[in-house]
Design a protein around this ligand. Sequence first.
Ligand code: PEP
Length: 260
Amino acid sequence: MRKKIIAGNWKMNKTHREGMEMLAHFFKLLDFELSLNEDTGKKFPEVVVAPPYLIVADAAMLAQGWDVKIAAQNCSSEKEGAFTGEISAAMLKAVKADYVIVGHSERRAYFGETNQLVAKKIDRALESDLSVICCVGETLQERESGKQLQIISRQIEECLFHQNNEQMKNIVVAYEPVWAIGTGKNATPEQAQEIHKHIRLVIAGKFGKDISENISILYGGSCNPKNAKSIFSQPDVDGGLIGGASLNAKDFIEVIKAIL
Ligand code: PEP
Protein backbone atom coordinates (compact mmCIF):
# COMPACT_ATOMS: atom_id res chain seq x y z
CA MET A 1 0.00 0.00 0.00
CA ARG A 2 1.53 3.31 -0.95
CA LYS A 3 1.71 6.10 1.55
CA LYS A 4 -0.82 8.98 1.41
CA ILE A 5 0.90 12.29 2.09
CA ILE A 6 -0.34 15.85 2.48
CA ALA A 7 2.50 18.38 2.50
CA GLY A 8 2.22 22.11 3.10
CA ASN A 9 4.68 24.43 1.38
CA TRP A 10 4.70 27.80 3.11
CA LYS A 11 7.10 29.34 0.55
CA MET A 12 8.50 32.72 1.73
CA ASN A 13 5.72 33.37 4.23
CA LYS A 14 5.66 33.75 8.02
CA THR A 15 8.23 35.07 10.44
CA HIS A 16 9.62 32.68 13.05
CA ARG A 17 7.03 33.80 15.56
CA GLU A 18 4.09 33.61 13.14
CA GLY A 19 5.20 30.19 11.98
CA MET A 20 5.64 28.73 15.45
CA GLU A 21 2.27 30.11 16.55
CA MET A 22 0.55 28.63 13.55
CA LEU A 23 2.24 25.25 14.10
CA ALA A 24 1.21 25.10 17.75
CA HIS A 25 -2.40 25.86 16.72
CA PHE A 26 -2.27 23.42 13.79
CA PHE A 27 -0.89 20.55 15.90
CA LYS A 28 -3.74 20.96 18.38
CA LEU A 29 -6.37 20.97 15.61
CA LEU A 30 -4.74 17.94 14.04
CA ASP A 31 -4.71 16.09 17.34
CA PHE A 32 -8.41 16.79 17.77
CA GLU A 33 -9.15 15.47 14.26
CA LEU A 34 -7.05 12.36 14.96
CA SER A 35 -9.04 11.68 18.12
CA LEU A 36 -12.34 12.08 16.21
CA ASN A 37 -11.04 9.73 13.55
CA GLU A 38 -9.84 7.04 15.96
CA ASP A 39 -12.93 4.84 15.77
CA THR A 40 -13.54 5.16 12.04
CA GLY A 41 -10.70 2.86 10.98
CA LYS A 42 -9.67 5.40 8.33
CA LYS A 43 -5.92 5.82 7.96
CA PHE A 44 -4.66 9.38 8.38
CA PRO A 45 -2.15 10.53 5.76
CA GLU A 46 1.40 11.42 6.63
CA VAL A 47 1.42 15.19 7.24
CA VAL A 48 4.45 17.25 6.20
CA VAL A 49 5.04 20.97 6.76
CA ALA A 50 7.71 22.89 4.83
CA PRO A 51 8.33 26.24 6.54
CA PRO A 52 11.10 28.69 5.57
CA TYR A 53 14.64 27.61 6.53
CA LEU A 54 14.73 29.81 9.66
CA ILE A 55 11.81 27.91 11.17
CA VAL A 56 12.89 24.38 10.21
CA ALA A 57 14.94 23.59 13.34
CA ASP A 58 12.36 24.77 15.88
CA ALA A 59 9.50 23.32 13.85
CA ALA A 60 11.25 19.94 13.81
CA MET A 61 11.75 20.12 17.58
CA LEU A 62 8.09 21.02 18.16
CA ALA A 63 6.91 18.37 15.70
CA GLN A 64 8.62 15.62 17.68
CA GLY A 65 5.72 15.49 20.10
CA TRP A 66 3.28 15.13 17.20
CA ASP A 67 3.04 12.86 14.23
CA VAL A 68 4.11 15.49 11.69
CA LYS A 69 7.19 15.57 9.46
CA ILE A 70 9.14 18.73 8.68
CA ALA A 71 10.57 19.56 5.27
CA ALA A 72 12.88 22.24 3.96
CA GLN A 73 11.83 23.94 0.73
CA ASN A 74 15.26 23.60 -0.88
CA CYS A 75 18.84 22.52 -0.21
CA SER A 76 22.22 23.10 -1.79
CA SER A 77 23.50 20.86 -4.56
CA GLU A 78 26.91 21.01 -2.84
CA LYS A 79 28.05 19.20 0.29
CA GLU A 80 29.77 22.08 2.11
CA GLY A 81 32.24 24.90 1.66
CA ALA A 82 32.41 28.31 0.04
CA PHE A 83 28.82 28.63 -1.17
CA THR A 84 27.62 31.84 0.46
CA GLY A 85 23.97 31.85 1.40
CA GLU A 86 23.45 28.13 0.84
CA ILE A 87 22.09 25.54 3.28
CA SER A 88 23.29 21.95 2.96
CA ALA A 89 21.27 18.77 3.24
CA ALA A 90 23.51 17.68 6.14
CA MET A 91 22.63 20.89 8.03
CA LEU A 92 18.94 20.14 7.57
CA LYS A 93 19.37 16.59 8.75
CA ALA A 94 21.30 17.82 11.80
CA VAL A 95 18.27 19.85 12.93
CA LYS A 96 16.02 16.83 12.36
CA ALA A 97 14.29 17.78 9.14
CA ASP A 98 12.71 14.73 7.52
CA TYR A 99 12.20 15.86 3.92
CA VAL A 100 13.44 18.36 1.41
CA ILE A 101 11.45 19.71 -1.54
CA VAL A 102 13.48 19.97 -4.73
CA GLY A 103 12.71 21.18 -8.25
CA HIS A 104 9.78 23.40 -7.29
CA SER A 105 8.72 25.36 -10.37
CA GLU A 106 9.38 28.67 -8.61
CA ARG A 107 13.00 27.63 -8.13
CA ARG A 108 13.19 26.46 -11.73
CA ALA A 109 11.65 29.71 -13.04
CA TYR A 110 13.19 32.36 -10.75
CA PHE A 111 16.51 30.78 -9.84
CA GLY A 112 17.28 28.98 -13.09
CA GLU A 113 17.31 25.48 -11.62
CA THR A 114 17.69 22.78 -14.25
CA ASN A 115 16.91 19.07 -14.07
CA GLN A 116 20.66 18.46 -13.73
CA LEU A 117 20.90 20.73 -10.69
CA VAL A 118 17.80 19.14 -9.18
CA ALA A 119 19.40 15.71 -9.69
CA LYS A 120 22.47 16.86 -7.71
CA LYS A 121 20.30 18.22 -4.90
CA ILE A 122 18.52 14.88 -4.71
CA ASP A 123 21.90 13.13 -4.40
CA ARG A 124 22.91 15.41 -1.51
CA ALA A 125 19.57 14.93 0.23
CA LEU A 126 19.67 11.14 -0.03
CA GLU A 127 23.31 11.03 1.14
CA SER A 128 22.15 12.89 4.26
CA ASP A 129 19.30 10.48 4.79
CA LEU A 130 16.57 12.98 3.98
CA SER A 131 13.49 11.96 2.03
CA VAL A 132 12.84 13.96 -1.12
CA ILE A 133 9.75 15.54 -2.65
CA CYS A 134 10.74 16.02 -6.30
CA CYS A 135 8.50 18.45 -8.18
CA VAL A 136 7.78 18.17 -11.87
CA GLY A 137 5.26 19.96 -14.06
CA GLU A 138 4.68 21.61 -17.42
CA THR A 139 4.14 25.29 -18.18
CA LEU A 140 0.94 26.59 -19.79
CA GLN A 141 2.74 26.99 -23.11
CA GLU A 142 3.99 23.40 -22.97
CA ARG A 143 0.47 22.13 -22.24
CA GLU A 144 -1.06 24.24 -24.97
CA SER A 145 1.34 22.76 -27.46
CA GLY A 146 0.50 19.25 -26.27
CA LYS A 147 3.99 18.57 -24.88
CA GLN A 148 3.08 17.85 -21.25
CA LEU A 149 3.80 14.10 -21.28
CA GLN A 150 7.12 14.62 -23.03
CA ILE A 151 8.17 17.34 -20.58
CA ILE A 152 7.22 15.31 -17.53
CA SER A 153 9.01 12.20 -18.85
CA ARG A 154 12.15 14.23 -19.36
CA GLN A 155 12.01 15.78 -15.89
CA ILE A 156 11.57 12.34 -14.31
CA GLU A 157 14.39 10.84 -16.38
CA GLU A 158 16.88 13.64 -15.80
CA CYS A 159 16.11 14.16 -12.11
CA LEU A 160 15.66 10.56 -11.00
CA PHE A 161 16.90 7.91 -13.43
CA HIS A 162 20.43 7.86 -11.99
CA GLN A 163 19.10 6.62 -8.65
CA ASN A 164 18.85 2.94 -7.77
CA ASN A 165 15.75 1.09 -6.58
CA GLU A 166 16.72 1.36 -2.92
CA GLN A 167 17.17 5.14 -3.16
CA MET A 168 13.84 5.47 -4.99
CA LYS A 169 12.11 4.30 -1.81
CA ASN A 170 12.96 7.68 -0.26
CA ILE A 171 11.55 9.69 -3.15
CA VAL A 172 8.09 11.21 -3.46
CA VAL A 173 7.09 12.86 -6.75
CA ALA A 174 4.87 15.94 -6.82
CA TYR A 175 3.11 16.75 -10.09
CA GLU A 176 2.63 20.51 -10.10
CA PRO A 177 1.43 22.00 -13.39
CA VAL A 178 3.06 25.44 -13.43
CA TRP A 179 -0.15 27.04 -14.75
CA ALA A 180 -1.99 25.85 -11.64
CA ILE A 181 0.44 27.02 -8.95
CA GLY A 182 -0.86 30.00 -7.03
CA THR A 183 -3.26 30.87 -9.85
CA GLY A 184 -6.52 29.59 -8.38
CA LYS A 185 -6.86 27.41 -11.52
CA ASN A 186 -6.37 23.79 -10.49
CA ALA A 187 -5.93 20.85 -12.85
CA THR A 188 -9.13 18.83 -13.21
CA PRO A 189 -9.10 15.46 -11.44
CA GLU A 190 -8.89 13.81 -14.89
CA GLN A 191 -5.92 15.94 -15.96
CA ALA A 192 -4.12 15.11 -12.71
CA GLN A 193 -4.91 11.39 -13.05
CA GLU A 194 -3.61 11.29 -16.64
CA ILE A 195 -0.24 12.74 -15.64
CA HIS A 196 0.10 10.74 -12.43
CA LYS A 197 -0.56 7.53 -14.36
CA HIS A 198 2.03 8.57 -16.91
CA ILE A 199 4.60 9.30 -14.18
CA ARG A 200 3.99 5.83 -12.74
CA LEU A 201 4.49 4.30 -16.20
CA VAL A 202 7.76 6.16 -16.76
CA ILE A 203 9.01 5.06 -13.34
CA ALA A 204 7.91 1.46 -14.00
CA GLY A 205 9.87 1.46 -17.26
CA LYS A 206 13.11 2.19 -15.42
CA PHE A 207 12.67 0.83 -11.89
CA GLY A 208 10.01 -1.87 -12.31
CA LYS A 209 6.46 -2.35 -11.11
CA ASP A 210 7.24 -2.72 -7.43
CA ILE A 211 8.82 0.76 -7.17
CA SER A 212 6.26 2.40 -9.46
CA GLU A 213 3.30 0.97 -7.59
CA ASN A 214 4.68 2.00 -4.22
CA ILE A 215 5.97 5.50 -4.93
CA SER A 216 3.71 8.29 -3.67
CA ILE A 217 2.75 10.84 -6.31
CA LEU A 218 1.26 14.09 -4.98
CA TYR A 219 -0.73 16.70 -6.87
CA GLY A 220 0.03 20.40 -6.33
CA GLY A 221 -1.51 23.53 -7.81
CA SER A 222 -4.34 25.59 -6.28
CA CYS A 223 -5.52 22.61 -4.24
CA ASN A 224 -7.90 23.81 -1.52
CA PRO A 225 -10.64 22.54 0.82
CA LYS A 226 -13.20 22.81 -2.01
CA ASN A 227 -11.46 20.87 -4.76
CA ALA A 228 -9.18 18.52 -2.77
CA LYS A 229 -11.61 15.63 -2.40
CA SER A 230 -12.25 15.18 -6.12
CA ILE A 231 -8.55 15.39 -6.96
CA PHE A 232 -7.52 12.98 -4.17
CA SER A 233 -10.19 10.49 -5.26
CA GLN A 234 -8.20 9.65 -8.39
CA PRO A 235 -6.49 6.25 -8.24
CA ASP A 236 -2.96 7.51 -8.94
CA VAL A 237 -3.14 10.62 -6.75
CA ASP A 238 -1.64 9.81 -3.35
CA GLY A 239 -1.99 13.22 -1.74
CA GLY A 240 -1.10 16.83 -2.27
CA LEU A 241 1.59 19.48 -2.08
CA ILE A 242 -0.35 22.47 -0.85
CA GLY A 243 0.82 26.09 -1.08
CA GLY A 244 -1.67 28.86 -0.27
CA ALA A 245 -4.14 26.64 1.58
CA SER A 246 -1.43 25.40 3.96
CA LEU A 247 -0.84 28.88 5.39
CA ASN A 248 -4.03 28.73 7.40
CA ALA A 249 -4.31 25.92 9.95
CA LYS A 250 -8.05 25.35 9.45
CA ASP A 251 -7.83 25.22 5.65
CA PHE A 252 -4.87 22.87 5.82
CA ILE A 253 -6.78 20.57 8.18
CA GLU A 254 -9.73 20.54 5.74
CA VAL A 255 -7.41 19.55 2.88
CA ILE A 256 -5.95 16.77 5.06
CA LYS A 257 -9.44 15.51 5.89
CA ALA A 258 -10.31 15.46 2.18
CA ILE A 259 -8.10 12.41 1.70
CA LEU A 260 -9.71 10.30 4.44
C1 PEP B 1 3.06 24.95 -4.41
O1 PEP B 1 3.69 25.98 -4.33
O2 PEP B 1 3.66 23.87 -4.30
C2 PEP B 1 1.63 25.03 -4.62
C3 PEP B 1 0.99 23.96 -4.98
O3 PEP B 1 1.03 26.27 -4.43
P1 PEP B 1 -0.53 26.60 -4.45
O4 PEP B 1 -1.24 25.51 -3.69
O5 PEP B 1 -0.65 27.92 -3.76
O6 PEP B 1 -0.96 26.63 -5.88
